[in-house]
Design a protein around this ligand. Structure first.
Ligand code: UD1
Ligand code: CA
Length: 563
């Protein structure tokens, strides 16, 4: 039997969820990367109903905005100050009727038919469910709908048998037939009724006309002073309808979240199911307990997930790729055969056969080409790195375009921010930039260009050119022994000097060095020589300045190189 599509699904989400103790409304808390009301909407849409309506009240604006974003076609019904699940369904029916009226008015291109007898929702099945049951799926709802139609019921309620039924509404059945006599809330139940372990899950299918008729007759004469939806069942039976219950064999799928401990327990169970499904679909998961996969993640055959991997949002991992260990990816696409090791990434695309990590940070807008590499301690952002290009070590690449088969030397930085604006670095194909380069953007390096180690690239480097900014190196002989006398480095320098070899110092400099050693408490191995008569003779001015100020020589400047 093919089951007819339901006329409507009503999602109850007006409650406060006090026990969450949260500034965030309960139904907006997430499980498996999706809000609880998002799970409810997904399950509802799986039935292909003509209408979905969400009842809101607590934090109305936040919940409504979220629902509109997820499902623009869903109706919103505002519950008023009258409390209870029965009241929630009453306002939902009013919203459905209003939508039906609008439809009729639209179809006749005018308001003339509003209020006619055809504008109310009076036929078909209406599914009611709570918005805080994250493991409920369309399959379970379909079973309930099927039972409802096959048995020709007025009401079909989904139930569960629990070891501890405290707090729940109890399902009272007629001995013999097993038909449902009614549901009694825990607070209204006698001791005998409380001994019943079959509970109401708050998931139902109602015949629309039966529901409409019963809703008008609900009172508030109960322990909580609420309008109980559960009272509809006894009314429907009294009217001669069949009221039956379907007991689920999967209590997880109907369990609601009331506090954060339940949120974690249900989140872990949902994850266990998701990971289990992926393993059955051909994904190797080395440690399911430490592997977290959101509901909307997509994995292909022969993907391997190593321990400590978390895949969030719309992440996709293509065939044969390996992710982990200890990797968190949100909205990342991993190409076929790629490896991603100890990486934190979001909104990035990793090409086929590419390699990332260990210890990489991929920020939004990173696109790594086929067989490319983003290596160890590398951060990337808004960067296109072409086929076969590599950023292997200790670098930052942001606001950059790198061509194909280019290698970026270790410890390089695209200096993208001038304090006010961001600028781009463009590096061509088959370029080889030296270690420790600073690319002061905006700057362009042409195809096949090289740069020397330590280059500060402030001007464009044409294709095929070698860009260098560091001048030639000067060695100031004997500087350490002179200016760092008494240190282990100076001792090592002295030991490294062959015995008897001239230390290249003037007699006066040598005498100063020995005096400094004595002053530092290190007795010289040779007696101090007499001070010479002649004035000091320095190798050059810089040496003299260094000796005088006892400071390290500063590096040569660009001007030196052109001298
Ligand atoms: C309800 C059932 C109870 C069942 C239990 C399962 C009634 C009277 N009782 O209990 O038999 O065992 O669910 O969890 O229906 N809601 C509204 N508006 C309201 C009140 C609640 O939209 O005025 C929504 C809540 O947001 C929630 C759902 O209805 O999504 C259930 O509400 P909750 O307070 O958790 O359940 P109870 O009424 O205690
Ligand atoms: Ca509840």
């Amino acid at each position: 039997m093919t089951i007819p599509r339901p006329a409507a699904v009503i999602v109850l989400a007006a409650g406060e969820g006090t026990r969450m103790r949260s500034a965030t409304p309960k139904v907006l808390h997430t499980v498996g990367g999706r809000s609880m009301v998002g799970h409810a909407l997904a399950a509802a849409r799986g039935l292909d109903p003509a209408r979905v309506v969400v009842v809101v009240r607590h934090e109305r604006e936040r919940v409504a905005a979220h629902v509109r974003e997820l499902d623009p076609d869903a109706l919103l019904a505002d519950q008023d100050a009258i409390p209870g699940t029965g009241r929630a369904v009453q306002v939902a029916m009013t919203a459905l009727d209003a939508a039906a009226q609008a439809d009729v008015a639209g179809a006749h291109d005018g308001p003339g038919v509003i209020g006619s007898a055809t504008d109310a929702l009076t036929t078909g099945a209406i599914v009611v469910m709570a918005g805080d049951v994250p493991l409920l799926d369309s399959g379970t709802l379909e079973q309930l709908l099927t039972a409802h139609h096959e048995d020709g019921n007025a009401v079909t309620v989904l139930t569960a048998v629990l070891a501890d039924a405290t707090g729940y509404g109890r399902v009272l059945r007629e001995p013999g037939t097993g038909d449902v006599l009614g549901i009694v809330e825990h607070k209204d139940a006698t001791d005998e009724q409380r001994a019943v372990t079959e509970i109401n899950t708050s998931i139902y299918v109602f015949d629309a006309a039966v529901l409409r008729g019963a809703l008008g007759r609900l009172g508030r004469d109960n322990a909580q002073g609420e309008v109980y939806l559960t009272d509809v069942l006894a009314i429907a039976r009294a009217d001669g309808g069949h009221v039956r219950a379907l007991a689920t064999d999967d209590p997880w799928s109907v369990e609601g979240v009331n506090d954060r401990a339940q949120l974690a327990v249900l989140g872990a169970e949902l994850n266990r199911r998701i990971v289990d499904d992926w393993m059955r679909a051909g994904v190797t998961v080395v440690d399911p307990a430490t592997t977290w996969v959101d509901v909307d993640v997509e994995l292909e055959r022969d993907v391997t997930l190593l321990p400590g991997t978390q895949l969030h949002g719309a992440t996709v991992v293509r065939e044969g790729a390996t992710v982990g260990p200890d990797t968190t990816l949100t909205d990342v696409e991993v190409g076929p055969g790629a490896t991603v090791v100890r990486t934190h990434g979001s909104l990035a695309v990793i090409g086929a056969g590419a390699s990332v990590g260990p210890f990489a940070y991929l920020r939004p807008g990173t696109e790594l080409g086929e067989k490319g590499k983003i290596g160890t301690f590398v951060e990337t952002k808004n960067a296109q790195i072409g086929t076969g290009s590599k950023v292997p070590h200790l670098s930052y690449v942001g606001d950059a375009t790198i061509g194909e088969h280019t290698n970026i030397g270790a410890a390089s930085v695209t200096v993208n921010y001038d304090g006010v604006n961001k600028h781009r670095t463009v590096i061509g194909s088959h370029a080889r930039t030296g270690a420790d380069n600073m690319f002061v953007a905006p700057v362009t390096i042409g195809d096949g260009a090289y740069t020397g180690a330590g280059t500060v690239v402030r001007r464009d480097v044409p294709a095929g050119a070698l860009g260098v900014s560091a001048g030639s190196q000067r060695n100031i002989e004997g500087w350490v022994e002179r200016s760092r006398a008494g240190t282990p480095a100076a001792d090592a320098a002295r030991r490294a000097r062959p015995v008897g070899e001239d230390d290249g110092l003037s007699p006066q400099a040598r005498a100063e060095r020995e005096r400094a050693a004595v002053a530092a408490g290190k007795a010289p191995r040779t007696p101090p020589p007499d001070l010479p008569d002649q004035p000091a003779r320095f190798v050059d001015d810089a040496t003299a300045a260094d000796a005088r100020t006892d400071r390290p020589a500063t590096g040569p400047t660009d001007e030196d190189a052109t001298r």
